[in-house]
Ligand binder design. Structure first.
Ligand code: ADP
Length: 157
């Protein structure tokens, strides 16, 4: 039965970690905070089709400071030429981070508790105790975990 296959898929995620299912950073659509939200840029953003867009400090893609929700653009007047930074400062959607080696069941629990179902994935790149250095390697959403659970069913057919 499908129920059984989904249950098997749910058990299989027990051995998997975030980096196994994330979208890699090179494929992530992000915006610098300096982007001006005029008619042209708003159209480009909407066309990408994503719900949430990580926002980084201009010049440093490793420093994601905000999340832009595409629905926040609905009430925007493109003639105001607000920047992404201004709009994000108004909505203040928190940015979540998760380590690339976090087991998927842990992330699933975290997603069940919070409302924001997207996390930036970071990887430790050394540093010293208390001053660890990280690099962003991707994004992961609830959708990525659900896909992985349903994968067991697809593979079996
Ligand atoms: P959306 O609602 O934007 O489609 P989902 O949570 O349904 O987002 O995720 C669908 C897929 O898109 C997942 O694989 C997720 O990792 C990826 N994804 C989500 N946001 C982005 C983004 N800004 N850039 C690239 N990939 C993204």
């Amino acid at each position: 039965a499908n129920e059984l296959k989904i249950a098997v898929g749910a058990m299989e995620i027990a051995d998997k970690v975030v980096k196994d299912v994330m979208t890699k950073i090179d494929d992530v659509f992000m915006l610098p905070d300096t982007t001006v939200l005029n008619a042209k840029t708003v159209m480009e953003i909407v066309k990408m089709g994503y719900t949430r867009i990580p926002v980084y400090q201009f010049g440093d893609k490793n420093n994601v400071t905000d999340m832009l929700f595409v629905k926040d653009l609905a009430l925007l007047d493109p003639d105001d030429n607000f920047t992404v930074k201004t709009v994000c400062g108004y909505h203040k959607h928190p940015v979540k981070f998760v380590m690339n080696d976090t087991p998927l069941p842990h992330l699933l629990e975290a997603f069940k508790k919070g409302e924001g179902h997207l996390a930036m994935v970071k990887r430790s790149v050394g540093g010293t105790e208390g001053h660890e250095a990280y690099e962003l390697v991707g994004v992961v959403t609830l959708e990525d975990i659900v896909e992985e659970i349903l994968q067991a069913e697809i593979n079996d057919e």
